[in-house]
Design a protein around this ligand. Sequence first.
Ligand SMILES: [Zn+2]
Ligand SMILES: [Zn+2]
Length: 478
Amino acid sequence: MGSGSSKRGKGPAAAATTGGNGNGNADDRNSATLSVASSLAGGGGGGGGGNGNGDDDDTNSATLSVASSLSRGSDSSCSSGDGESHGGGGGGEPMWASQQVFSSTTSLSGGGGLGCVRCSICKAATRPTPIPRGCCCRGDSVMAHLACALQLAIDAEERDGDWHGWLECRTCKARFTGAMQHGLALEWWARVAANSEADEHRLGAAGNLADSHRNQGNYAEAAGLEEELLAVLKRVCGEEHLDTLAAAGNLAITYACQGKHAEATRLQEDELEVRKRVQGEEHPDSLETAGNLAASHCDQGNLAAAAQLQEVVLAAKKRVLGEQHRSTLATAGGLGNTLLLQGKHAAAEELLRATLQQQTLVLGADHDLRLYTATTLGQALSALGRHGEAEALLRETQGRLKFHRGGAAQATLRASSVLGQALVARGGERARAGAVKEGSALLAKTHAKQEALFPGHAETRRSAARLEALRSRRGESS
Ligand SMILES: [Zn+2]
Ligand SMILES: [Zn+2]
């Protein structure tokens, strides 16, 4: 690391900051970035990494956006897609670079299929096909070669000792998501895995890789890394160190994804107790932890407890972070989901619509968190009998998720299941009788995938309930 690094003292220091961008958990939970990784910014930065007002930096967003747009013309140098066989342009491209997590042939329902794309870094459209940067630049739709982003991260680290290139976009400061996050995380880990277990770089890379594995749905890999990380941090830093707390909080999120709700809740309650004492009740990290705990209550069906906590957290985040902070907007989306599950459809719709509007402005149309909210809003509209609106919103959202996250991602399957239910509901309209058939087929197919990929996940149980309701309506035995 260069001398320009602003790392404080020895090892992990100061607040483990939240990623703050709902990075890919595809719901309202926020995982935390260990301070070892977030305190390394060369220069500036001040108040800790992505937390607080990490969004409102006004860096020149013009720099990267220029050549990044999807070229719609007839550039014959790039065909429609799958950069598999020709290793051509990429040179020593890492093995995983070709494992695209999205299908480049899926077109978004809003029209404007993707055709060919240029790398926002090297400006070329040569193979391998650039992948989404997964940050908030241009509404998450900017593309780049993984190898180019990798080189940027390596350069920044060698030049200024700045590790942020492994985690987040230099332009918009949002953490990468999807294939970009995963490719960078694997490479960073590969470079430092052999270091000693308490090495800052290794700790930061391990936490980041675990986060990415969780976002990819690789929960077992994520939990394995996080359990090890938590043990090391407890030993090296102590039980109440902020990095230890952040690691515990991240492990809790993974446990929740695995359906281990009791373990998740216990970890979160302990974490919250310590944070309130050490950092204060309204510290952003305490609020984040409380929000995650509320999501666990919701997963376990304790809807009243979830809603009560989410209302308190939302009010505090508005005060402390501001109305438009993405963490505030994440909690608003989570509360909307709880209200929906409570059957308070009108209240849910009102909150979700306002949240969606803000998230579109702040995060862009394709951000995970916005797509999570859009799915929930679609479900609320369907429950209110506004079938046309619900179907249009859900089809569009499912299309975006399929493109950006792939058909097997947790968030995509959630959208498919909700769309299936909405189609079945719409079948009550005489002109749309065919929708019942399409909807029930989609529901059944989606649920089978969820059972195979995400057993125990709260969304898998919700989709089971949808299927069950459909079958009992038809008078089938299940
Ligand atoms: Zn490139
Ligand atoms: Zn960006």
